[in-house]
Design a protein around this ligand. Structure first.
Ligand SMILES: [Zn+2]
Length: 738
């Protein structure tokens, strides 16, 4: 977000130039319907026979009012490059004046990412649609021979024929083909495929590493695959794990269910107990998901509902066990206590045998507030000790926290209690008033359609935690902190966007202010939408207008960077050319992406960027995974490969080394918060740290987990062994391990 509206900002590789707000009138009779980003759908506004047209941001209708409800939903914008419009009885890829790039009319067009489309034509005899790979302007690059083409993933797009798949690389050419009935997309360097009813796996060079002999295989994670003996596996089926060459790592006969490969050395398994209860007229479904671990060859039962952070050799746990098999909850036992890192119980605080009816729902929110980690031999707990009935109304938790020692005994030393409790309290949240809300009030302004947030507090400069009802998220500007976005409707998603907030002036009319609450658009409009991709609409005197703010991204010529390594024997210099970025803006965020050959190239390209504004994301796609960078540091949105990497100049050393160090990059506090928040949303996130190679000293940005790891150096290809401690982040939803 810009500090000043007309100030231009320079980031490495780019100049971003914001212009004045431009006002363009709608054509006569056209009223706004939907902002698709770069084009609007407009309506003729008729109650009967309502029809829609597409309008560009110059206020020109690029279709007639011919679209009906079902067809305007199919109009799509492919970034700022092309747009899909109806043509004849099909669809054409057009420019923003509505002119088709070619005479081709298709029955279906699908976006594949990486500036490619799949274009489909229906065979009149068979009535089946067959697809070709096409560029972003709809020009076919292959013949129409595919039943479907999946979007690019992991650097490749899988195109399916009847009994064969063709795998297209980022250059739009076939990298390899495979005779098989079905293949899923590439993840983490492998794709799984089905041949004659059995699943196997292939790597990015087209080598079949796992012969098709499994009834079911999940996509690759950490060079491993979960497998099952049942074709359409559910969480109730027994699962096993194989390595990238098809060797059994964890046999399905061990009877473990619902597996998650956490990292190279740890696999989670889960059972979920369920019970239906009746409370008055209400039927309540209780679920206890209990987790166990497979670490190296040691299997721990799936019984843990909560495990706290390990500190000073101890970690808190809440466990549930019963002798009869899941899924039904029967009479069982709850245990709450602390254990060592090998899962051996050191002491228990609660041992509770469930009897006939109980409320274990309240154990679900158990977190570090109720069972804190140990610091200097002391922990704070809020658990009732001894025999506790867990009926609704009764509770495992007690109102006042108390302090225990490493034997589980209650501490009576007043000074120790005081120190430990005040440390505990300082972690709980407090709310800060937002100065923007005050400024708006002082100036007599209010915000239409929006609601003040429940709480908001600054975590760091310009980085806020905000909470609506029950939902916390992190935002990057103070304007957005005070208002919740209303639901997406025909007027777009509400709230602050593109650095601008719609407000009601003292005269009751709508204008737009910047983050200093200065009017950028004067309050003269009776109605207005929010900005999406730097465009909004507004109405006064019964006339509709497009409000648009130009945003120019000027790429500067590519520069190559030199990387020097300080290891004595193997000093080398690598030059990485800065490739060109493709730019896309979506929902107020800016995305820059490009392809590179290796993670080394990706890391070097991303390291070159000097400063990154909020809501701006750089992604470099390689066949070993996609590495990204934002204002806080590196990030990934899906696992990147950790071994068998594509190395430009492998030095051919096979024995592994100890990494020199593991260091942060960028703003580590915000980085950790952001990873925690992604995890709260159930999204993929890993903390990325710089691993300094024990052999060549190159610093590779790697995905990390708590505990031991092995990661391949991006520069020399040597396997490095390294270790990271546990990191827990306090959020409104509780502590999150990152
Ligand atoms: Zn190295």
């Amino acid at each position: 977000m810009m500090q000043n509206n007309d100030q231009n900002q320079t980031i490495a590789g780019f100049d971003i130039k914001y212009g004045e707000i431009e006002t363009v009138p709608f054509p006569a009779k056209a009223k706004p319907k939907k902002n698709l980003g770069n084009v609007f759908v407009v309506t003729n506004g008729k109650f009967f026979s309502e029809r829609y047209a597409v309008m560009n941001l110059h206020g020109e209708l690029i279709t007639d009012f011919v679209l009906k409800d079902d067809s305007f939903e199919k109009v799509k914008c492919f970034g700022a490059l092309s747009i899909l419009l109806p043509q004849g009885d099909g669809w054409s890829v057009c420019d923003f004046s509505g002119k088709p790039f070619s005479g081709n009319i298709y029955d279906d067009v699908v976006e594949l990412k990486n500036s490619y489309l799949a274009v489909g034509k229906k065979n009149p005899q068979t009535r089946k649609t067959l697809y070709a790979l096409a560029d972003i302007y709809g020009n076919p690059k292959t013949s129409f021979e595919y039943i479907k083409i999946d979007a690019f993933s992991g650097g490749f797009a899988v195109a399916k024929q009847e009994q064969r798949v063709d795998i297209f690389g980022n250059n739009g050419k076939i990298a390899f083909s495979l005779d098989c009935g079905e293949m899923r997309s590439f993840y983490n360097g492998y794709a799984v495929f089905n041949k004659n009813g059995c699943w196997g796996a292939v790597d990015t060079t087209g080598r079949v590493t796992v012969q098709p002999r499994f009834a079911w295989l999940r996509d690759s994670e950490y060079d491993r695959f979960c497998y099952c003996d049942v074709a359409n596996s559910t969480t109730a089926d027994n699962m096993g794990v194989i390595d990238a060459n098809g060797n059994i790592v964890l046999d399905v006969s061990k009877g473990l269910k619902d597996l998650t490969i956490l990292n190279e050395s740890t696999i989670l398994h889960r059972v979920t107990y369920v019970r239906e209860a009746t409370q008055g007229n209400e039927r309540i479904l209780y679920r206890i998901p209990a987790t166990g671990f497979v670490i190296k060859d040691k299997i721990t039962d799936a019984k843990y509902l909560y495990i706290g952070e390990e500190r000073e050799g101890l970690m808190a746990f809440v466990a549930y066990t019963q002798t009869s098999d899941p899924p039904l909850i029967l009479n069982g036992q709850f245990t709450i206590g602390y254990m060592d890192s090998d899962f051996n119980t050191v002491f228990t605080l609660v041992d509770y045998k469930t009897k006939d009816s109980f409320d274990f729902g309240e154990l679900q929110p158990c977190d570090s507030k109720h069972l804190s980690p140990f610091i200097d031999g002391l922990a704070v707990v809020q658990i009732q000790q001894g025999e506790v009935r867990a009926f609704r109304g009764s509770t495992f938790f007690c109102p006042q926290p108390y302090v225990i020692d490493k034997k589980g005994h209650r501490v009576t030393d007043a000074a120790a209690i005081q120190t430990r409790l005040s440390l505990h309290v300082s972690n709980s949240e407090h709310t800060t008033k937002d100065p923007i809300a005050d400024t708006l009030r002082t100036k007599g302004l209010s915000v239409p359609f929006l609601f003040l947030r429940k709480t908001c507090k600054p975590l760091a400069k310009n980085f806020w935690s905000v909470q609506d009802v029950g939902e916390e998220r992190f935002v990057f500007s103070s304007l957005e902190t005070i208002f919740s976005r209303s639901e997406t409707n025909d007027y777009g998603s509400g709230g602050y966007s593109c650095g601008l907030l719609g407000v009601n002036g003292a005269n009751g009319l709508i204008g737009f202010v910047d983050e200093n609450v200065d009017f950028v658009v004067k309050p003269i409009y009776k109605e207005a939408s929010h900005f999406i991709d730097n465009a909004a609409w507004a109405m006064r005197d019964k006339q509709w207008f497009i409000l648009k703010r130009s945003c120019e991204v000027l790429p500067t010529p590519g520069e190559s960077s030199k990387v020097q390594y300080d290891a004595d024997e193997k000093a080398s210099i690598v030059e990485v050319k800065q490739g060109s970025w493709s730019f896309q803006t979506k929902g107020g965020s800016n995305y820059y992406s490009q392809n590179a050959d290796s993670l080394l190239d990706a890391a070097e390209i991303l390291k070159q960027i000097i400063s990154i504004p909020p809501q701006t994301y750089y992604m470099v796609d390689t066949s070993d995974g996609t590495l990204g960078r934002d204002m806080y540091g590196f990030f990934t949105e899906a696992p990147i490969k950790t071994s068998n990497l594509r190395i430009d100049n492998p030095s051919g050393v096979s024995e592994s080394v100890q990494a020199q160090s593991l260091m942060g990059f960028g703003n580590m506090v915000n980085n950790q918060n952001s990873v925690a928040q992604q995890k709260n949303y159930g999204q993929y996130a890993k903390l990325i740290l710089m691993m300094k190679c024990g052999r060549c000293s190159y610093e590779s940005p790697i995905e990390t987990v708590a505990g031991e790891m092995e990661r391949q150096c991006y520069q020399c290809g040597t396997i490095n062994q390294t270790r990271r401690g546990a990191i827990s982040v306090y959020t409104a939803q509780g502590t999150v391990e990152v």
